[in-house]
Design a protein around this ligand. Structure first.
Ligand code: NAD
Ligand code: TYD
Length: 349
């Protein structure tokens, strides 16, 4: 019998890469993609694999406990990989409650459903919670986040993710639920929704709009190519130890301003524009409240325990990402029409 894996948030940015990785790599698995299709969910992200026989899509909202329980009854998954979330810090500042509902209550609903469904036998079962390095708060000029770093979230987004991580651990410690957690750094790559820095700047360079840099642009993030995150999830889901968490990153820190300049350089080159022309679009704007100065992951544990290593350098990953956006401008047009325009006008007025 095929193993059944429920992946939540599979129509989103990272989830779609995880679904594709699992559906195409594991013929012996049946992948059930559960997603509410919010503004961030897009089935176009999966059009290449949607007809494969080991893939099923189910539209459901993880805040609806009864529906989630019914889905577990119907499909009886052996494993859960939980990515569904509200994921954008700026949106969490305008509407924190939506983040509590999906990220905290939604996660608890899934934990309850898994517990109920697996209660007689945890053999071969696993709940993999996909989380972020933002739960650790901010670093100063030096140091790295390890799995031992104390949680210290500052935004409503990171507070909701930290809370969900605590619930996942609590269900392990209290009910022995077989869980693993991954805390990953900032992702980038194909299908990235253009509310986030890199795809927003790609879109604005293409349309000759200002590139909004918050504050002084010295904020630092640690970037990982999304397909390398999907590979890390595959590894930890199969080989990680129950009850443990694993930091995922590529030792790849960039100050925002340097990153945007590198993006401008590559875009000018690919678009055949004079060198330096996209940089002229850089515009410093009002800072984000509670803006974390620096994130940087110590990925030693996943490297040493599971042999994990990213497959591409940042320059290569960025080049692949730009190429994807240049070849998929219809995707970009589709997601930036409609509601995105209202969001953009409000956020960057
Ligand atoms: P995303 O916003 O692109 O996608 C989220 C998906 O979840 C969408 O398909 C959306 O429709 C779905 N969803 C939202 N609310 C839902 C609900 N109530 N019920 C069911 N589905 C719902 O997010 P992403 O960037 O792909 O992030 C995926 C996960 O990875 C999140 O848990 C996020 O915290 C985590 N993460 C993201 C990053 C990053 O850089 N993007 C880094 C580390 C960890
Ligand atoms: P973002 O992509 O929103 O990811 P996160 O906040 O989860 O790290 O932002 C990455 C960095 O870029 C962060 O320091 C905020 C900054 N930023 C800008 O300077 N301008 C923007 O328009 C956006 C969206 C982000």
């Amino acid at each position: 019998m095929k193993k059944k894996i429920l992946i939540t948030g599979g129509a989103g940015f990272i989830g779609s890469h995880v679904v594709r990785e699992f559906v195409t790599k594991y013929n012996n698995y049946h992948i059930i993609n559960l997603d509410a299709l919010t503004y961030a969910g897009n089935l176009e992200n999966l059009s290449d694999i949607q007809d494969l026989p080991n893939y099923t899509f189910v539209k459901a909202d993880i805040t609806d406990a009864a529906h989630i329980a019914a889905i577990f009854k119907e499909y009886q998954p052996d494993g859960v990989i939980h990515l569904a979330a509200e994921s954008h810090v700026d949106r969490s500042i305008t509407d924190p409650t939506a983040f509590v509902m999906t990220n905290v209550i939604g996660t608890v609903n899934l934990l309850n459903a898994a517990r109920e469904s697996w209660k007689d036998n945890y053999e071969g079962k696993r709940f993999h919670h996909v989380s972020t390095d933002e739960v650790y708060g901010t670093l100063g000029e030096t140091g790295l986040f390890t799995e031992q770093t104390a949680y210290d979230p500052h935004s409503p987004y990171s507070a909701s993710k930290a809370s969900s991580d605590h619930f996942v651990r609590a269900y392990h410690d209290t009910f022995a639920l077989p869980v693993v957690i991954t805390n990953c750094s900032n992702n980038y790559g194909p299908n990235h929704f253009p509310e986030k820095l890199i795809p927003l700047c790609i879109h604005n360079i293409l349309t000759n709009k200002p590139l909004p840099i918050y504050g002084d642009g010295k904020y630092t993030r640690d970037w990982l190519f999304v397909k390398d995150h999907a590979k890390a999830i595959d590894l930890v889901f199969h080989k990680g130890n129950n009850g443990e968490s694993y930091n995922v990153g590529g030792f790849n820190e960039w100050q925002n301003i340097d990153l945007v300049k590198e993006l401008c350089r590559q875009m000018d080159d690919k678009l055949g524009r004079p060198a330096g022309s996209s940089e002229q679009l850089i515009t410093y704007v009002k800072d984000r409240p509670g803006h974390d100065l620096r994130y940087a992951i110590d990925a030693t544990k996943i490297n040493q325990a599971l042999g994990y290593k990213p497959s591409v350098t940042f320059e290569e990953g960025l080049s692949l990402t730009i190429d994807w956006f240049l070849n998929n401008q219809q995707w970009l047009d589709n997601v930036t029409s409609g509601d995105y325009k209202n969001y953009y006008a409000k956020q960057y007025q």
